[in-house]
Design a protein around this ligand. Structure first.
Ligand code: Z5A
Ligand code: MG
Length: 203
């Protein structure tokens, strides 16, 4: 049996990442491909609880301290990520290190500094970037509840994502209907699964 795939969704707030991740996981499982939905921050761990206090505006933390917390939250789960993928489970991950770099560099911090603590993390087999106009995203459900859900800041985050974008990223028009996006993703992710089955997960 080949390994599972490591598939990451990135993008600005309310671009539809969680919606598409859920649909994709259900679809892959319905085909008999063992798939789990993961997210970062993973708020259930001790580190995740600190992050949750910060993003829900209950607690204050230095910008660099919270950046390192987000990174530590990924690192603490690396052994489990590797174990799952090696055992043939595909992980569909809602936000990853790119969000970490985009959100902190949008505050004005040096991008290289922001990237450093994530060097060596497992590299995704595929990144789907949900591209949407910030103004269009801001009228979607629940926008404005958490710390970073402010349009001007989201525009800066989007610019940072643009500078992080690699040629291998799959850019998705997130302004399309939920169903259309889902169809595009299903087709593309099945190809990713087949391609990476007999390759090694890289860093
Ligand atoms: N953060 C960070 O700073 N550093 C890091 O290292 C990491 C994260 C990993 C929490 O993230 C915050 O952490 C986040 C970045 C920061 N910033 N903020 N704020 P989160 O992922 O937990 O955030 P969230 O609360 O889940 O929101 P979100 O992820 O931004 O939303 P989304 O998942 O992209 O969208 P959605 O929940 O799927 O959809 C939003 C609404 O739009 C919902 O009502 C849907 O029904 C609707 N929707 C979805 N798709 C469509 C389409 N295609 N058309 C119309 N309506 C749609
Ligand atoms: Mg989400």
């Amino acid at each position: 049996m080949g390994r599972g795939a490591f598939v990451v969704f990135e993008g600005c707030d309310k671009s539809g990442k969680s919606t598409q991740c859920r649909l994709l996981v259900d679809y892959l499982n319905s085909l008999g491909k063992k798939t789990e939905l993961w997210r970062f921050p993973e708020r259930s761990t001790a580190i995740g609880q600190i992050i949750n206090g910060y993003i829900t505006k209950k607690d204050e933390l230095h910008d660099k301290a919270v950046h390192l917390m987000f990174s530590a939250n990924r690192w603490e789960l690396v052994p489990l990520i590797k174990e799952k993928i090696a055992s043939g489970v595909t992980l569909v991950v809602d936000r990853y290190a790119y969000s970490g770099v985009a959100f902190t560099s949008a505050k004005g911090y040096d991008m290289l500094w922001c990237k450093n603590c994530d060097i060596g993390l497992p590299r995704p087999d595929a990144v789907y970037y949900m591209n949407i106009d910030v103004e269009d995203a801001s009228v979607r459900g629940d926008y404005g509840c958490e710390r970073y859900e402010v349009s001007d800041f989201q525009k800066k985050v989007q610019e940072c994502f643009q500078s992080l974008k690699e040629p291998s990223w799959n850019v998705i028009d997130a302004g399309e209907s939920i169903d259309n996006i889902h169809k595009i993703l299903c087709e593309s992710v099945l190809k990713t699964l087949a391609e990476c089955e007999n390759t090694l997960l890289s860093e």
